[in-house]
Design a protein around this ligand. Structure first.
Ligand SMILES: Cc1ncc(COP(=O)(O)O)c(C=O)c1O
Length: 394
């Protein structure tokens, strides 16, 4: 981002430019410069354990103070070690997005699992769901009568009924039914033999801009409340009213919501700091990358790229990553194994061969590109943790 008279900014010469507002620019320029170990093969993912534990503790403390259960989404870290840290801090269980993530967690003994996704239980997935249900305490999302019937058929031979929650569309318009259609789906699920325990939503429309976060959070609370009331009126006992996204988690953690499912908060990322959801000193994971070329004036090239940083970029943010040690520089273009960093004229640039920390736009898909996380404290590497559920999008 270049500062302009109006205080907004965008990257010159970029194929990913957006005009970024003053407040967002200011927050991103204040990203804390991480300390990291020397001598690691790049690119790699480095996690600062102190920052990680601070993020886990802060979200847990907020939810504890409000009497709301925290069920973190593990799709961000896909790591058994980190899920265990979240549970040790007081999480009520974990959220997963796929049966594959659920199986990895269950294999590690983490068995309180909410598959917050409308699982279509056909073919091999039906068998896998039945096997998971037999060895774990599973809740599954539904947003259609047909989907519910498929789940019921999959677990028909089980000794216990499968618990489900009806997904409500609170404004993202991705999945979920309107609040006034929730009871119809719930009745179909009950008629099929499932145990309907409540409602859930993901206020993903809070990612659109900082201003949209609070609107999305109040949409989550209001529409979950309406849906829960409809289920109550239809004779259901509603024990679960679950909201969840990192931009809205704190803002929507009020009654009647009784559970939150943020995932990204564990690491935060450039997008979350830009939105004002995460603090500039709370980013726990960076991509370490080496400057491999400075041949073209006005830029350097890192050994990261689309296969590391991904091409994920919200419309309101320019570029594909930030270098906290070089706050004027931005990753302006990515190719598979090249990340082109635009250096505004007259500003410092990293030297050829220098290793830099990059804060990715969206940390979740970045983690899924790597087999392991290098974990350390105060710039000293301590351990390597596997990304256990890497690639388990199944
Ligand atoms: C259903 C559901 N719940 C929770 C989350 C966690 O949200 P976030 O990634 O903002 O932490 C997601 C993220 O995609 C989601 O889809």
């Amino acid at each position: 981002m270049t500062g302009s008279a109006a205080g907004t900014g965008s990257i010159a010469g970029s194929d990913s430019a957006a005009t970024v507002d003053t407040a967002t620019c200011g927050r991103l320029r204040r990203l804390a410069v991480p300390r990291f170990p020397a001598g690691l093969a790049t690119p790699c993912l480095y996690v600062d354990l102190d920052v990680l534990d601070r993020n886990i503790a802060a979200m847990q403390a907020t939810m504890d103070a409000r009497g709301i259960a925290l069920r973190p989404h593990v799709k961000t870290h896909k790591s058994v070690a980190i899920a265990r840290r979240q549970l040790a801090a007081g999480a009520a269980g974990v959220t997963v997005g796929t049966l594959g993530e659920a199986e990895v967690m269950a294999d590690a003994g983490i068995t309180d699992l909410f598959v917050a996704y409308p699982v279509w239980a056909a073919g091999p997935k039906a068998k896998r769901l039945a096997a998971l249900h037999a060895r774990a305490q599973v809740i599954v999302g539904i947003d259609s009568a047909a989907g519910a019937r498929g789940l019921a058929a999959a677990v028909a031979r089980s000794a216990t009924s499968l618990r489900v929650a009806v997904e409500i569309d609170s404004g993202q318009h991705r999945t979920g039914v309107t609040f006034d259609a929730a009871a119809g789906v719930a009745v179909a699920a009950r008629d099929a033999g499932l145990e309907v325990i409540g409602v859930f939503t993901h206020g993903g429309h809070g990612y659109a801009s900082g201003a949209d976060r609070s609107t999305a959070a109040s949409d989550e609370v209001r529409l979950l409340g309406e849906a829960a009331a409809r289920l109550g009126a239809a004779g259901f006992t509603v024990s679960l009213i679950s909201a969840g996204s990192s931009p809205t988690a704190v803002l929507s953690a009020v009654a009647p919501v009784n559970e939150e499912r943020p995932g990204t908060y564990v690491f935060w990322d450039r997008q979350m700091v830009g939105l004002g959801a995460g603090e500039p000193d709370a980013v726990a994971l960076v991509v370490l990358s080496t400057v491999v070329s400075a041949a073209v004036p006005g830029q350097v090239v890192l050994d990261a790229g689309a296969k590391t940083l991904t091409k994920d970029r919200p419309a309101w943010l320019d570029g594909f990553g930030a270098l906290p040690a070089y706050p004027s520089a931005t990753v302006s273009r990515v190719y598979d194994y090249h990340a082109v960093v635009w250096i505004p004229p007259g500003t410092p640039a990293p030297a050829l061969g220098e290793v830099v920390a990059v804060v990715p736009n969206h940390v979740c898909p970045v983690v899924n590109q790597f087999d392991e996380l290098v974990v350390g404290r105060a710039g000293v590497a301590l351990e390597r943790w596997p990304v256990d559920a890497r690639g388990r999008s199944d």
